[in-house]
Design a protein around this ligand. Sequence first.
Ligand code: ZN
Ligand code: ZN
Length: 217
Amino acid sequence: MIRTGTTLNIVRIGCDITYSSLKTIGERLINAFNGIIAGYELAHHDSPFIESIDAQLLTMILQQEIGGHTLGITDADLMTGDKDEFYHTIFGGKNPKNDIAVVSTRKLAPKKITTSSDYELFLDRTIKVSLHEVGHNLGLTDHAAYRTAPDGTLCPMSRGEFNKFGTAGYVRAIIDGRGQMFCDECTNFLQQVYGVKFRTGKFVNGTWIRLEKRNNG
Ligand SMILES: [Zn+2]
Ligand SMILES: [Zn+2]
């Protein structure tokens, strides 16, 4: 069980995402989980796996080497035992036996990263998949249907219907559609389990904008 005020280990696994991007990911996670995650530590793990690695094996390696509450980020494909082509590789996963989650950036990059906005998009997607997997670490479950947060974006725990879009379409429809605020159900769960009070608002250009509650699916 993760305690309120946990420090999250963010571990880069043999990939070339920059340390400053990892810091951005850490800051966004702290902000989104509103006090449940108090801080983060960055680490690097050298990996002999270049193209792909079994997702569960990677969580076991990280458990042994880092332990605690950990998010691993790799640019290798995360493989599962699933025969279905879509489920054979995953964007992220979480080992139910420990507090280790892993994210693969391999399918999140736009076709080519040439401009800073291409990189922003790539980083934004990595943050959204990280939010989802760390959400699982904290006990949140997937929404099979679309569930919106108070700001109108999809809750980070939205999973949608996988096979409808194919991989590239899924990234655009579901991952890009997610925001960085949780829906009421997820917020209530986190507030009750971790004893924190979420602020109903968001930062817009550095200013806190209060959002009124409204009912939506
Ligand atoms: Zn999930
Ligand atoms: Zn939710």
